[in-house]
Design a protein around this ligand. Structure first.
Ligand SMILES: NC(=O)c1ccc[n+]([C@@H]2O[C@H](COP(=O)([O-])OP(=O)(O)OC[C@H]3O[C@@H](n4cnc5c(N)ncnc54)[C@H](O)[C@@H]3O)[C@@H](O)[C@H]2O)c1
Length: 333
């Protein structure tokens, strides 16, 4: 059990929850945070002292191969989550997304190969599929990236698979569909709406409300990563993580009004619309492979499970100790 796990993107939304769970389960954790001038460790700074004492936090950058070669020595498993994940930011600064997500992932693979890391879990995204051409989307669905971000993830996925085929590097691609829950950036649709509501706004700024997504609650996403560490059947595989249940942004708005009794109107803000051909209108996962290979079954399932996850998420953002970390009155990209 005493495996040493390197988590990249450890200070972010999904990474910080994974780090917490890994410590709880007794793993040795090395947490890479993106170097910055004021030594911020992102969400890791909010973990309790007892948990923090168990984590080796290291600041650096996945774009730097020589740095990664040093920190991946004596690592058993890499969970690679670091990425620039904003789609609107990838319109504005595409090179940054390509460099972080493609070169950064290549550096992870190369250093894992050189240092003999026993398992490398690369984090993909459902965005690689583009608008569903057949549903539910299984791992054989065509790849049709509609944004520079999605294209950078396709490239990273393909390089990862090539490292398995060419060098027998024990790589697995875990492909989450949209994840939601506490600590998510306001760039994402659910926290964007909730944060505006809990701070008392009666008119909510929003983009297109027609797209449908398959939302997974953060705890379920974390469980899948922990199962991936243990599974012996996943090398060289790509595995979707999703519920097999999709819901439109408009339907979420209705749930917030009807079930959670928020009283508000929406205002479509042009700034928040994606270019038409870049908008992904429907994502819904087949999770048959995740069930088979990881024994993973999301606990927050279907409409009922979604409401449960939404309730926990609202509670978290309602707490002013949490909301203070965000800029609610700005458009976050
Ligand atoms: N959140 C979702 O709904 C979702 C869905 C599908 C896939 N994913 C994938 O999951 C992973 C984590 O996403 P998240 O939602 O936690 O995002 P996040 O933005 O909260 O976390 C990403 C982290 O990567 C770090 N990072 C960025 N560039 C770096 C660099 N050059 N060097 C080192 N660290 C760097 C950031 O500082 C950040 O903490 C990403 O790979 C993303 O593509 C997320």
């Amino acid at each position: 059990m005493n495996l040493k796990i390197l988590v990249t993107g450890s200070e972010g939304f999904i990474g910080s929850h994974i780090v917490e769970k890994l410590v709880k389960k007794g793993y040795k954790v090395k947490a890479l945070v993106l170097y910055n001038f004021n030594n911020s460790h992102g969400w890791l700074d909010t973990l309790d002292k007892k948990t923090l004492k168990e984590i080796e936090i290291i600041a650096g950058d996945i774009r730097d191969l020589s740095f990664l070669l040093q920190i991946t020595k004596k690592i058993d498993v890499i969970l690679h989550l670091a990425a620039l994940i904003s789609i609107p930011y990838s319109y504005k600064a595409p090179y940054s997304s390509l460099e972080s997500n493609i070169l950064g992932s290549f550096n992870i693979l190369e250093s894992a190969k050189i240092n003999g890391v026993k398992k490398v879990i690369m984090t993909s995204t459902s965005e690689v599929y583009g608008t569903a051409q057949q549903v539910p989307i299984n791992e054989r669905h065509p790849l049709n990236p509609q944004s520079p971000y999605a294209a950078s993830k396709v490239a990273a996925d393909k390089i990862s698979l090539s490292y398995n085929r060419s060098f027998d590097l024990p790589v697995t691609i875990i492909r989450p569909f949209n994840t939601y829950g506490p600590r998510q950036s306001l760039r994402a649709i659910i926290p964007s709406i909730i944060s505006q509501l809990v701070s008392g706004k009666k008119i909510i700024d929003i983009g297109d409300i027609s797209p449908k997504r398959d939302f997974t609650y953060i705890d379920d996403t974390v469980d899948a990563f922990l199962m991936a560490i243990k599974s012996k059947k996943i090398i060289g595989e790509e595995i979707n993580l999703g519920n097999g249940f999709d819901i439109s942004i408009g339907q979420i708005i209705n749930i917030l009004k009807e079930d959670f009794k928020f009283d508000f109107k929406i205002k479509v803000n042009k700034e928040r619309l994606r270019p038409k051909k870049s908008e992904v209108y429907r994502l819904i996962a087949s999770n048959i492979k995740a069930k088979k290979l990881l024994n993973w079954k999301p606990k927050h399932n279907g409409l009922y499970g979604f409401r449960q996850g939404l309730e926990k998420t609202i509670k978290w953002y309602e707490d002013s100790n949490n909301l203070k970390f965000f800029r609610v009155n700005e458009y976050n990209i």
